[in-house]
Design a protein around this ligand. Structure first.
Ligand SMILES: Nc1nc2c(c(=O)[nH]1)N[C@H]1C(S)=C(S)[C@@H](COP(=O)(O)O)O[C@H]1N2
Ligand SMILES: [Mo]
Length: 306
């Protein structure tokens, strides 16, 4: 599968909240059509994309990104997803987008990929467990998908669900979480230009262990908000229940913005281990994306709304 798009990303795609003001830290601009080479892992197909809003930090090696994973549907150890997710059948695949909108629709994954302009976004990912990576995603803004179903004024939150299929997702046979895995965002977070639906990484379609065929990426929140292998997205007027909050409400809040000043009840969040590095580094507020997202939380007590 080879997907081509014109490289017509403009600054408008990333300027909604004045993102252009701080370009020095980022590679932005239109850097031509990115097209990764053939090869790589079995089943991976190259994607065509433009370059989007990205950190200039060095990406974590692909081998680490695809072998050190959290995806409890395939087991709770870091190596389990790479070992077990090959069983997951990612075609055919549909995503139902419904709820508080005028034009609910079931999207076929290949049609969805074709209909959206793909861009590469190199983002930091900070897991609540205290490790981090830098990952070159390929995807499109979630706001484009939400716009396509014409949300009504009742759309105050967005709820996401992962596939439920214990025959392939063997971890779903155990009650480590309430399945299916669920996540949620406030509508302003969901339509923020940094919020991505990823369909690839390192220039190719997503490996199953990273959430094929499509997953959410919210770079200023702890990694568990970035739900994998999505089959349903619903617009709603109420804050939706989320898998980790249901499982341990004192430890995992709905917001889960990366915050070095608010510790997890069982460990500090002040520092993190960047996979591949030896010394721990300081964790940044909002994972370093504060100047683009902090406004959304103005006036909120972030100790209370953790
Ligand atoms: N459906 C589902 N999505 C999930 C998870 C999961 O267990 N199931 N784990 C989360 C956690 S804790 C993290 S840190 C990221 C890890 O993404 P990666 O493996 O692609 O780095 O996925 C998140 N999305
Ligand atoms: Mo995580």
């Amino acid at each position: 599968m080879l997907i081509r798009h014109r490289p017509d990303l403009t600054d408008n795609d990333v300027t909604d909240r004045g993102l252009y003001l701080r370009r020095r830290e980022f590679i932005t601009g239109v850097a031509g059509l990115g097209l990764a080479g053939l090869g790589g892992m079995a089943g991976a197909a190259p994607l065509a994309f433009t370059k989007g809003f990205s950190t200039t930090e060095k990406p974590t090696p692909k081998d680490d990104v695809t072998s050190y994973n959290n995806f409890y549907e395939f087991g709770v150890d870091k190596g389990d997803p790479a070992e077990n997710a090959g069983k997951l059948k990612t075609r055919p695949w549909t995503v139902r987008v419904d709820g508080a909108c005028e034009a609910p629709k079931t999207f076929d994954i290949d049609a969805l990929i074709k209909a959206n302009k793909l861009e590469e976004r190199i983002y930091r990912l900070r897991c609540v467990e205290g490790w981090s990576m830098v990952i070159p995603w390929v995807g499109f803004p979630l706001k484009d998908l939400i716009a396509a179903v014409k949300p009504t004024s009742k759309a105050k939150f967005v709820a996401f669900e992962t596939l439920m299929r214990p025959s392939e997702m063997t971890g779903q046979r155990w009650d480590v979480l309430q399945w299916p895995y669920r996540e949620g965002l406030r509508i302003d977070e969901a339509v923020h230009p940094l919020t991505l639906i990823a369909v690839g990484l390192y220039g190719e379609t997503l490996p199953n262990q990273n959430g094929a065929p499509l997953r959410l990426v919210v770079p200023w929140k702890y990694g568990f908000k970035s739900i994998k292998s999505i089959t349903r997205i619903s617009l709603t007027d109420r804050q939706p229940p989320t898998a980790w909050n249901l499982s341990a409400p004192r430890e995992y809040g709905f917001y889960s913005n990366v915050n070095p000043a608010v510790d997890h009840p069982r460990w500090s969040q002040a520092t993190e281990r960047r996979i591949g590095e030896f010394r721990r580094r300081d964790t940044l507020a909002f994972n370093g994306y504060g100047e683009w997202v902090a406004d959304m939380y103005r006036g909120m007590d972030l100790k209370k709304f953790y």
